[in-house]
Write a protein that binds this ligand. Sequence first.
Ligand SMILES: [Zn+2]
Length: 390
Amino acid sequence: MKTERLFYNDVYLKEFQGKVLSCQGQEGTFRIVLDQTAFYPEGGGQPADKGFLDGKKVIDVVESGDEIIHILHEPIEPGRLVTGQIDWEHRFRLMQQHSGEHIVSGLIHHAFGYDNVGFHMGSEFITIDLNGIITEEQLSQIEADANEYIWTNQKVKIFYASEEEKEALPYRSKIEIQGAVRLVEYPGADLCACCGTHVTYTGEIGLIKLVSVRHFREGVRIEMLCGKDAFRYLCDHYEQNSRIAVELSLKPKETYEAVRRLEGEILDLKNTINTMKREGFAATAHRCQGKGNVLLFADHMDSNDLRRQADAVMDTCSGICAVFSGNDQAGYKYAVGERDGNVRDLVKEMNGGLQGRGGGKPFFAQGTLAAPRKDIIDFFERRGFVCIDK
Ligand SMILES: [Zn+2]
């Protein structure tokens, strides 16, 4: 049984009537074949249509030989005349994307001779895989050319070429097709074998945005958007940039330079903080000069700062240096070390006695402990440590 493909006669048909020829149950779904349909089945890189048959949701549409199979959760009895409704929002989006993809692929083919070797209409972007390299600058030029082209509102030509006719036509095709071939021509931009649904005038595509290009296999993969999807994408980005501009009290066109300036300022501040920290570590090390085994408490130091502080003091105190940062509520971080010494036993004892955990090398250990400050001082004073700034 052959299904009449109404979308080839009128690509804008949103509602139609068809007679149910068969309905077969399969794994909890029903496969319904009509004598005619406006539902486009998945094919040629274009996803299937969505919509309803007599108000029942069509969950997928596939092609099997001459038949188009509508997959539903509910059965419809054979012989019945049903009304089909296409989800037009979904279909028109796909038409915009698919038509735009042909034009971009055709322009690239003209400009660089590369072929589109992979095409996917994903939920977020359309991707085109090319068998050659193009740069971001070249991509921008193609984007500009593609938009200029669609605004000239060319009428698409769709026709079938016989075996003999197609020999003379320089059309793009991913596969070798036997017999007659359906060709979609965007005059001056592209001629390509295709079974998909296209807009009739290129102005309907509205907008083409080439989002990215990156190396992929032997060539590149381009991400792109057309029509409403491109518009939404650009609106989202505009919104993001506007919010940044408001946050920085700038005009939207000034954000990039301002962010670059802020990055520079942050780098300068980090350098200043680092210098001040280094001076602080050196000053503390100076105060510990020749004091032997020392215990220190420091405010707001992270593990890295603790390591740097201990390192500086180990050079001056001529003994073991133990540095702590934290408070009785949250606990303490520590760094304990001795230049060319061995603090393993001390750290083990400390972890055991003061609910600590951590370790490291024989001459240096870092970790955390959960004891109060006075217990830490007791522990070290009992071992002859000098508590600096008690
Ligand atoms: Zn196509």
